[in-house]
Ligand binder design. Structure first.
Ligand SMILES: CC(C)(COP(=O)(O)OP(=O)(O)OC[C@H]1O[C@@H](n2cnc3c(N)ncnc32)[C@H](O)[C@@H]1OP(=O)(O)O)[C@@H](O)C(=O)NCCC(=O)NCCS
Length: 197
C-alpha cells in the first residue's frame, strides 16, 4: 500500500479505510471491496499474511462488525455481510459469489420491515438496518466453500470441511466432511490423503 493507503495500480481511486489491517504480504486487488465498509472498530477487517482478496469481494461490514481473514486464505469474489463477527481461519478457500452473512438486517415482522425500508430511503448511508440480532460465523482452518454457496448467521464450518456449490448452510458443519444442497446436508467424510474431488 502507498503511504496514503491506496493500492498500487488500483483502478478504483480511493484509499483503503484506516481501520482495515492488511498484512504486508497479503494481496487485495482493489479498495472497491471496501465501498460498503462502515465498521467503527479499531480493526474492522484484518487480512493476514499471504492472504488474497480478489475482485468482486465486498466487505459489507456494519458499525460494530469485525471480519478476520487468516493467513493464506483466498477470497475470490465473496460478499461478506457482517454486523458482529466473521472469523475465517488460515488456509480457507472461498469461491466466487459466496455469501457469508452473520445478520439478515431485516426483521421478520412485515410492519417492522416496512419501517426499516422507509428509514433506509432517507438514511445516510442509504442502507436497510432493521436492528436485527447478528450471530457470528466461524470458518475453521482449511475449509473450502464452493461457488454460489451461502452461509447463514451463527454457523461454524469445521476444519477441512467442503461446502458444495450452491449450497445453503443453515447449521454447523462437522470437520472433514462434505455438505451439499439446500439446506446443506453431509454426504460423506473426507479421508486423509484423499485427492478427489
Ligand atoms: C461438493 C463437491 C466438491 C463434491 O464432490 P464429490 O465428492 O466428487 O461428490 P460427488 O460428485 O460424488 O457427489 C456426492 C453426492 O452429492 C451430490 N452433490 C454433489 N455436489 C452437489 C452440489 N453442489 N449440490 C447438490 N448436490 C451435490 C451428488 O449429486 C451426489 O449425490 P448422490 O450420492 O445422491 O448421487 C462438488 O460437487 C462441488 O460442489 N464442487 C464445486 C467446487 C467449486 O466451487 N469450485 C470452484 C473453484 S474454487
Amino acid at each position: 500500500m502507498t503511504p496514503d493507503r491506496r493500492i498500487p495500480g488500483d483502478w478504483f481511486d480511493q484509499p483503503v479505510p484506516g481501520n482495515v489491517e492488511i498484512h504486508d504480504e497479503a494481496y487485495v486487488e482493489t479498495a472497491f471491496s471496501f465501498l460498503l465498509y462502515r465498521s467503527q472498530l479499531a480493526a474492522g477487517v484484518r487480512i493476514g499474511r499471504g492472504a488474497s482478496v480478489y475482485l468482486g469481494t465486498m466487505f459489507d461490514v456494519g458499525r460494530q462488525g469485525r471480519v478476520s481473514c487468516g493467513a493464506f486464505t483466498l477470497v475470490n469474489g465473496a460478499r461478506i455481510v457482517c454486523d458482529a463477527e466473521i472469523l475465517i481461519e488460515d488456509y480457507v478457500l472461498i469461491s466466487w459469489n459466496v455469501v457469508l452473512m452473520d445478520t439478515y438486517r431485516v426483521p421478520a415482522d412485515p410492519a417492522l420491515r416496512r419501517r426499516a425500508v422507509i428509514a433506509a430511503a432517507s438514511g445516510e448511508p442509504r442502507r436497510v438496518d432493521g436492528h436485527v440480532e447478528a450471530r457470528p460465523i466461524h470458518i475453521k482452518r482449511a475449509a473450502w466453500i464452493g461457488f454460489d454457496a451461502c452461509v447463514l448467521p451463527g454457523v461454524t464450518i469445521g476444519e477441512g470441511a467442503i461446502v458444495g456449490a450452491r449450497s445453503v448452510v443453515t447449521e454447523d458443519v462437522e470437520p472433514f466432511t462434505i455438505v451439499v444442497g439446500n439446506p446443506a446436508r453431509m454426504v460423506r467424510r473426507i479421508e486423509p490423503g484423499e485427492t478427489t474431488p
